[in-house]
Design a protein around this ligand. Sequence first.
Ligand SMILES: Cc1ncc(COP(=O)(O)O)c(C=O)c1O
Length: 415
Amino acid sequence: MDKILGDKIHGIAEKFPALNQTVNGRRLVYLDSAATSMRPRAVLDAIDAFYARDAANPHRGLYDMAQRATEAYEGARAATAKFIGADTDETVFTRNATEALNIIAYSFAPLVLQNGGSIVIPILEHHSNLVPWQVAAKKYGATLRYLYIDRATGEIPDAELKKIDADTKIVAFAHVSNVLGNMLPVNKLVAAAKAVRAVTVLDAAQSIPHFGLDLRALDVDFAAFSGHKMYAPMGIGVLYGKKKLLDSMPPFLYGGDMIEDVREQDTDFLPPPSRFEAGTQNAGGAVGLAAAIEFIESIGYDAIATHEAALIRRLVAGLNALPDVTVIGSTDENEPRFGAVSFNINGVHPHDAATILNDYGVAIRAGKHCAHPLLKYLDVEFNACCRASLDVYSTNADVDALLDAIPAVRKQLKL
Ligand SMILES: Cc1ncc(COP(=O)(O)O)c(C=O)c1O
């Protein structure tokens, strides 16, 4: 078994051209995949082939090239829908997860918040799944309630779920935290929301790179993710919505390719997904997303998960073993984490740590990770932290390069 997995993953980094570069005379050690993953040659080639051959505007022309463009774009939608366990008319292409979440907050939230009510989100949310709800709550006179996590484990205590009550209209939550890397209890959150007939929104931006997403099985009402965190290009993302909910929503943007008929004073809109895809879309990005899905399927999520879990264990164990390093959230190396591990080097501002690590060719993210309320709540030094994050192309050598470089940080700062 291990051998089969090893064969699929071994040497995979060579398929990612951007990983093959040096930084300050050292091999690039890319540990910022939670910000954006690198793209394999197969994805770059698929985008190139689209623009080299099929680059007409989808849905508009009757000539051959335009037909091929439409087939490429709608083929990408069909592949994406199948990949996430959805129908094509439930799968809307957006620029990214942020846009998808904003569409829900802008077009759906007013339908259920006419009489106020509450929106419930965990404190660990990325700003993309927090600020739109804050704005919607203010706009419609609703309350934004937070589910506070246990600082030591990152988990949401059951008692917190009681905040999802008869007043609650929307429960929005990340599948995996972009800071702590832990998985949220989707089934419990969906059950609590269903019990009070609240609508659920899953932010899958940090889960879909690491494990499969069967939206029908999870039974969430909406979901959002970005292609660029799963080996696809930047500028393509997905909004999933149950058909009856998308059908009930007004458009977010207005213009070409989303209308049935336009008269001088009014317009009939197309049904979803077109209703939410006004203007020329990122067809090359959609093609790249389909190629990224093919790439993931060629390896399989089982192999990806096994490989990444071993790396995460090595990383957490290595960080725990270093003096003057504090792992944020659970310090248990066997606790499941997906992609990201956050930590601090005691007494060192994370920006200084990241800058010095760059001298060693190691690229990590440092700061508040678009999660200011979480970093404040965690009460860590500097209200900020370092984050190392992995993907399928990451290796033991990458993890060891980070662990080997960390002691140099305090030394360089004469601490
Ligand atoms: C959990 C989570 N949600 C949403 C986003 C937003 O993704 P994007 O910037 O691609 O819209 C991110 C990005 O880091 C994220 O980590």
